[in-house]
Design a protein. Sequence first.
Length: 354
Amino acid sequence: MRLASFRRSLAGIGIAAATFAAAACGSGSAAEISEEDLGPAGDGAWEEVIEAAKQEGSITYFTGQATDNLQELASRFESVYGIDVEIVRDTDANLQTKLAAEADTGRHTADLIATASRPWVDEKLAEDYFVPVTGPAFGAPEFDREKFLRDDDRIFVSSAAVLTYGWNTSRVPDGIDGYEDLLDPALADGKIGVMLPVSSAVVDFYDYLEETVSPDYVERLAAQKPRTYPGAQAMAQALTSGELAATVYTLPLTAEKEAGAPVESGMPSPVFGAPFLTGVPATAPHPNAAQLFANFLVTKAGQEAVASRAGAVLPDIPTAATSADGIWVSGRVVTADETEAFRAEFTDMFGSSQ
């Protein structure tokens, strides 16, 4: 997946305004954001953080969350606070490489980081890489601190990617009822898309298939000779275009379907999810803006954007596919060595389709 960055610059609007208009991504409509949607107002010290964040003027967010969600998130945040948002979106592995390079040079750009890689987060926590989040939304009654805030308030879940199977209704008119249907011989020889194990979170997904479908499911899937992709969004695009007939790993395709694309997706129980562990690095060049953006992520206004078609950390988010605590999550922590070992195993099984 190519590293994609975008900057959105909108005119600032004062926080005291009753409502804020944010352009909905790709729709041409506007979302009304009320003060209530922004969570608790906070005390005088928090007001000072907001003012300092506005003086800093920008925030850079490293993440692997869905591009359309991030565009909407940036638009909403900028419309409320007048602070520029730069999103650096890529796979966990590529983001980690970029962060390591920045550490080597001492030129840090990341103000906030969201990753599905638990081993990397645990490693960085041991190095005191992250600082506690301080925003008032983390103390709101609707935010479950016990479930979504950890490690002395240094890491929080901002959303959870929901990944499932999907198909092109023109190429598979009878539909797909579950992962077993992807083993139909009619879908062999490049008609199915599968995800490359680019991170520990994807290794978790293949664990999920073996646990919830069958222990030999991944091996049988490899026998279908599918096509491999580095990301779920690339597969969704291939599915929409008809390049693929089906995929084992995609975001819920509700938006594509609503836009008229001939696609459909399932929602198995349990559905696989990858929580995005999110934190403010101690090296953040814009520490106040980072705290403000972190706080925004766990408000209703932020969750409606970042948790669209995903798992939300607040209740009653209408755009979300499910709650972030209502998904299958691996009972083990996949280490970096185990991820590398699985990559080699994956290449052996799926090698003809690389």
